[in-house]
Design a protein around this ligand. Sequence first.
Ligand code: C2E
Ligand code: MG
Ligand code: MG
Ligand code: MG
Length: 291
Amino acid sequence: AKRTGGNRACFYNEIESDTRARERIRLEAELKTALLRDEIRIVFQPKIDCASMKVVGAEVLARWDHPERGMLAPGCFIDVAEESGLIAKLGDRVMELACLQGRAWLDRGRSMPIAVNVSIRQLEKPGFTARVLEILNFTGFPAELLQFEVTETVAMADPEGVSQTTKPLLEAGITFAIDDFGTGYSSLAHLQRLPFNTFKIDRSFISRLAADHHSRSIVQTIIAMAKSLNYEVVAEGVETEEQHVFLKEHGCTTAQGFLFARPMPADRFESWSRGFLQPLPSAADRGNTGR
Ligand code: C2E
Ligand code: MG
Ligand code: MG
Ligand code: MG
């Protein structure tokens, strides 16, 4: 539901609703072609350790390099991809690109944890787990450096199913984050049955930090809950120094947002993060043999 926001460049969302159905069908056909023509790209947004200001990882975000409309944001095509079932192919491609890039960085001596967004429709499809393990295998990217971000609303719909699918992935070393935390319909009771180890606080709470004391309380509560569950906590959509200071002072471990950097292509991310600060040593540096 959140995906409708922030897509001003998205032609699809601006047209009238009766032409929408036709446009949707056209978009679906175009997306199918886009996958064949290899028009899917990925960009990286850094995650910053609040205390040390070091780069601790990157979130991978999909883009569609559309031949006529230019670079499209996920808000323009993820919903259609999910509804049409193309999300599996799209997701595989994103994961493959991400792991290839992560491996290339590793080969140049940079161990960069990478988080990929995964839709529940991907998790539900049989074969997901096998394909992920296959991608890890042929790219040689260590599972320990890979995280999946799953949006809370959908993640909570079938916790039993999710925990079945994710078991082999967890055993391989992949970690799971609940994306947009605080906006969904999760039952707190589900938390103990699901394989997550990270909350990503939804950016709507972060953007209201200065104006709204309720948001401040909610953010503090999520941080406290993460701490007592032994989860990591990432604040998304950090845009001001004030927000960053608040988060740091209240014990938030990691932050992400335009204050630090916008999502960028791999080469720019690489030079940006070199100029910023070196990544912290990760679990994979401490004894993982990689491949
Ligand atoms: P998300 O995973 O919650 O990603 C964060 C979104 O917020 C990204 O938008 C990012 O560019 C934007 N953002 C980051 N920092 C800031 C900030 O400081 N201020 C503001 N206003 N926005 C910020 P993007 O790239 O348009 O992605 C939107 C959503 O699309 C993502 O939300 C995610 O749910 C979905 N998505 C993106 N890539 C994929 C993918 O490969 N697969 C799937 N299934 N979903 C994806
Ligand atoms: Mg995400
Ligand atoms: Mg999010
Ligand atoms: Mg989101």
